[in-house]
Design a protein. Sequence first.
Length: 160
Amino acid sequence: MKVVVIQGPNLNMLGVREQNIYGPMKLEQIHAQMKEFADQNGIEVEFFQSNLEGEIVDRIQECLGDANGIIINPAAYTHTSIAIRDAISAVSLPTIEVHISNIHRREEFRKTNMIAPVCASSVVGFGPFGYHLAMTGMTQIFSEIQAMQEAQKQQAAAQA
Ligand code: DQA
């Protein structure tokens, strides 16, 4: 099972930008921790960061037939991007949205969320730990998918 982690604009600046909101951890450190967890749980993981909306749409589309799930922090595009929302909807893969900060307690404009309605789940306000929670959630989703596939196989075998 494979998960693709997609990071939106300015997340390459973690550890530098607004440390009072996002903390001191760099994106590479977050990804290293996620990779360690994925390795321990037998999950393949790939990371992608872009400041460009179209590149994020392309990367989501590439997940079709290649990945089993997506973890995404669309950053500022969360609040504006119908294109990213439509891409997530189009590939129809289990998707978990992560926000480092609690977007519901911040400026009014951050309360508009284009992405959440097409996601299986959202993790907000846990800081970088939210990515770990999302990985844990994704392993649970993968186990459920695998259990369902196994049950379907057994049912088909019993009917044959
Ligand atoms: C963010 C929240 C967004 O509102 C903001 O534009 C970001 C980061 C978060 O992780 O808390 O860039 O997605």
